[in-house]
Design a protein around this ligand. Structure first.
Ligand SMILES: Cc1cc2nc3c(=O)[nH]c(=O)nc-3n(C[C@H](O)[C@H](O)[C@H](O)COP(=O)(O)O)c2cc1C
Length: 397
């Protein structure tokens, strides 16, 4: 092994900072507005600690899983990110080859700097196509049809971007929107856009993205493709439920790398809300036409893995999955083991210990109300009545 190769993703990040023009590094690295959620996206992982069990044979580790029925060696996929040529002259073609070499799925971004055809012919692999909905529906529809005819296996509809997030670094840098290769011949570009101040990317997005994007557009998308549709950018249980109702094959829990709405919850915390704990909720059987609902408990609701944070996320996703699926009673004991409550040093008032004495984990208090209404259960503690207002209080409590 070469001496100076980076050993973790932070070291790659340092190298990228040195190698890239500031405008491009800031675009890749930055978040929306105050970048509070951007910081929280990382900090929230730090608050989740592993709980190691010992004397278990680890000579053979199997992290394999399936996504939409496709086998993968580990629960990591490549999230859609635009404009790879900003960082590598081969752009998404290089990323596609890397993903194929790892036997993982790549989601090709709508904003890619290589054409769908170039990526499709670069190597043999399972790929999904990410879609933004433009005011000009014909443009979005054409790209869906192109991806479908080139063998892409699913459409990932990004639902958190009816408008582009306010990315202040891009505004300061007057970020120039890289031309999206797939739009060539489909749209004319306003060359005058380059002569005005601010983020040109933001202005381009403002002119093209459809701010009226709504649930009815999922119906529209279903009407133009037979591919399964994943909704990317869901961070609440309510929206996950709605996604299932409108027939999505799955959801990708994501806050878009904190690039859209600042002060949204960090992705890993949102995962806790969206993934129902097993045994606490009635799930329809897979053969009742609600297979997608079942899938929400598994791979489909894991956060999209960004290349920069993939390693850290893999650990947490595995941990999160195991913990949320942990059977009630397997590890229970007196008192609440929930580390949120332990940290507050208050008495345990969570339903699991107060009401059922079951599971060893519980969610933070303010998470309780949405979960309860999700389960349709009855509040056995009563603390919600006295709970802080404005935290999604349920009328049942
Ligand atoms: C430079 C960059 C470009 C991105 N471009 C897209 C994009 O074109 N489409 C999209 O849906 N998400 C895009 N994303 C968001 C990622 O797909 C992914 O959601 C994010 O990096 C990880 O955050 P998450 O764990 O909250 O999903 C981009 C992220 C970055 C850092």
């Amino acid at each position: 092994m070469e001496d100076n190769l980076p050993v973790n993703v932070r070291e790659y990040q340092e190298l990228a900072k040195k190698a890239l023009p500031k405008m491009h590094y800031d675009y890749i690295n930055g978040g929306a507005e105050d970048e509070y959620t951007l910081r929280e996206n990382i900090a929230a992982y730090g608050r989740i600690l592993l709980r190691p069990r010992v004397l278990i044979d680890v000579s053979k580790i199997d992290m394999s899983t399936t996504l939409l029925g496709y086998n993968m060696p580990s629960p990591i996929i490549v999230a859609p990110t635009g404009a790879h040529k900003l960082a590598n002259p081969e752009g998404e073609v290089a990323t596609a080859r890397a993903a194929a070499a790892c036997n993982t799925i790549m989601v090709l971004s709508f904003g890619s700097s290589c054409k769908i055809e170039e990526v499709a012919s670069s190597c043999d692999a399972i790929r999904f196509y990410q879609l933004y909905v433009y005011r000009r529906r014909d443009v979005s529809a054409t790209l869906v049809r192109r991806a479908e005819s080139l063998g892409f296996k699913a459409i990932v509809l990004t639902v958190d971007t009816p408008v582009l997030g306010r990315r202040e670094a891009d505004i300061r840098n007057k970020m120039v929107a890289p031309r999206m290769a797939n739009l060539e011949g489909l749209m004319s570009f306003d060359d005058d856009i380059d002569s005005k101040g601010g983020s040109k990317l933001e202005r381009f997005a403002h002119e093209t993205l459809d701010p009226s994007l709504s649930w009815k557009d999922v119906e529209w998308l279903k009407s133009i493709t037979s591919l399964p549709i994943l909704l990317k950018g869901i961070v609440t249980a309510e929206d996950a439920r709605k996604a299932v109702e409108v027939g999505a094959a799955g959801v990708i829990v994501s806050n878009h790398g904190a690039r859209q709405l600042d002060y949204a919850p960090p992705t890993i915390s949102a995962l806790e809300e969206v993934t129902p704990p097993a045994g606490r909720i009635h799930l329809p059987s897979p053969d009742s036409g609600h297979a997608a609902h079942m899938q929400m408990r598994g791979m489909h609701v894991q956060p999209a893995a960004s290349v920069m944070r993939a390693r850290r996320r893999a650990v947490t996703a595995t941990y999160g999955g195991g913990r949320l699926r942990g059977a009630a009673g397997t590890d229970s004991g007196p008192g609440c083991r929930c580390r949120w409550l332990r940290r507050w040093r208050g008495p345990c008032r969570c339903w699991w210990t107060a009401g059922s004495g079951g599971a060893p984990t519980c969610s933070r208090r303010w998470r309780w109300a949405p979960r309860q209404s999700w389960w349709g259960g009855r509040c056995s503690t009563g603390w919600r009545r006295a709970g802080r207002p404005g935290r999604g209080t349920s009328s049942r409590c």
